[in-house]
Design a protein around this ligand. Structure first.
Ligand code: PLP
Length: 448
């Protein structure tokens, strides 16, 4: 092993022991690693072998080293064992056999072959400059490719100079909130309910966060009083409704800065997708998207299309929060989109998720309220607050990972129920997850 020690010759035994302790504490001598033999270290440092032997013995007594008869001396591992690798199902230690978590795509559908081919093409052809620090706005190639893709697929009005790449939508939202704060906007409204992770991210960027109710037509725009607002207009998360056309117009007329979280716009099953709200007012709307639903959240690939006035402040804020994701992944995504592989993959996923949604809706008990439009990767099953409160314990009993609405709402009297994510399990596990869900529903009282 590399035995670098911050030690000055002539320092004596005590100094040598201090240097070895520091190397272990700072992780340069890693837990479990075999340490240099006393002979080799004594030779390297120009000290008597006996000095090293005594230092090792002292450090073994202190618990830094582990010695045992006939085996090499190692750095002790007590309390510093490597983290256990996740099982085949991923996400660390799995406590659940089945999952119906919203917000996650089927990890088994990740297009490994197409991604590998795209990465290989990128590595074969890209310039050496791709391995340097990248452009803080993200790769020009991906920004150009996304500009064309978003115009074609989502009707976004987009000039590549206004596209920036972020580490997922989450980092993009933080940067937008920080930039707005700098420009004097310190309150952001969110739909009530909406994903609480994003409320926390906005708060972390200095925004005061408030909720605005959602009804069957989406955000109740007349209740909006904040200078900025985040909306999931195409498919409200989690209620599943679409922002009605007259509300879209009313919203852009409020003059608020609108952040449009287009998190699952590619997944609409009954008819053509609702186009992006951004097209109505490109100078008022920040359009945000990500590859977290279409490909994988692990890629941390997200994008923003910004009003011109926000480009520089948002890029500055992105730089302060770590900058864009790895250039090679950005280029692989650009390659996948321009080769047609991305569209093919999204179509394949759309077919799969649509059939799961149909199976799920057909299996649900009759007489429930409509679960939102046929779109996205989740649906909301409304329940009374008292029934919702029983869900976590019952779901645990059936080893089903399941989300409820109440952690995501502002108004304690707002909607309640279960948010069923039908994409999260792998294809072979979907039947088991659905059975587990139906068993959970069966165990709930029927006054819901
Ligand atoms: C409403 C909503 N928006 C956006 C995202 C994507 O976030 P990110 O790109 O940070 O993974 C998610 C993912 O769960 C989501 O549920």
């Amino acid at each position: 092993m590399d035995a670098h020690l911050a030690w000055t010759p002539g320092g004596g035994r005590r100094e040598l022991a201090k240097a070895v302790r520091a190397a272990i504490r700072e992780g340069r001598w890693r837990p479990g690693a075999v340490v240099p033999s006393t002979r080799a270290l004594a030779h390297d440092l120009g000290v008597a072998r006996g000095t090293v032997t005594r230092v090792y013995a002292d450090l073994a007594a202190e618990g830094y080293l582990h010695t045992s008869q006939g085996a090499p001396t190692r750095v002790a591992t007590a309390g510093t064992e490597p983290l256990a690798a996740p099982g085949p199902a991923g996400r660390g230690e799995r406590r659940w056999r089945w999952t119906m978590m919203p917000g996650r795509p089927d990890p088994g559908l990740f297009p490994r072959t197409a991604w590998l081919a795209a990465t290989r093409r990128v590595l074969q052809h890209t310039a050496n400059s791709s391995f340097d620090y990248g452009d803080p706005r993200g790769s020009v190639v991906l920004r150009n490719t996304l500009a064309a893709y978003l115009a074609r697929s989502r009707g976004v009005r987009v000039d590549p100079a206004r596209v920036v790449i972020s580490s997922g939508y989450g980092q993009g939202l933080v940067a937008v909130c920080a930039a707005l704060r700098q420009l004097g906007i310190a309150e952001t409204a969110f739909e009530d309910p909406s994903v609480n992770r994003f409320h926390e991210l906005a708060e972390s960027a200095g925004q005061r966060v408030v909720g605005v109710p959602v009804d069957g037509d989406g955000l109740v725009v007349e209740r909006l009083a904040s200078p900025s607002v985040v909306v999931t207009a195409a498919h409200q998360s989690p209620t599943g409704v679409t922002l009605a056309p007259r509300r879209r117009t009313a919203l852009v007329r409020t003059g608020a800065v609108i952040v449009e979280d287009d998190y699952d716009g590619e997944f609409r099953y009954d008819r053509h997708q609702v186009g992006a709200l951004q097209a109505l007012a490109p100078e008022r709307v920040v359009y945000g998207g990500s590859a977290s639903k279409t490909l994988s959240p692990s890629l941390r690939l997200g994008w923003l299309v910004l009003p011109r006035s926000l480009v520089d402040p948002v890029v500055a804020a992105l730089t302060h929060t770590g900058g864009p994701p790895p250039t090679i992944n950005q280029l692989a995504l650009a390659d996948l989109i321009s080769s047609g592989g991305y569209d093919r993959h999204v179509r394949r996923c759309r077919t799969e998720y649509r059939s799961r949604r149909d199976r799920l809706v057909a299996a649900l008990p009759p007489g429930l309220p409509p679960p939102g439009i046929p779109a996205g990767l989740h649906l909301l099953l409304s329940l009374s607050p008292a029934t919702e409160a029983m869900v976590p314990a019952i779901a645990r009993r059936h080893s089903l990972e399941l989300a409820t609405v109440s952690p995501h709402r502002f108004d304690p009297d707002g909607p309640s129920g279960i948010v069923i994510g039908y994409a999260a399990s792998t294809r072979p596990a979907f039947g088991g997850a659905l059975d587990a869900l139906l068993a959970v529903l069966d165990d709930l009282p029927w006054d819901r």
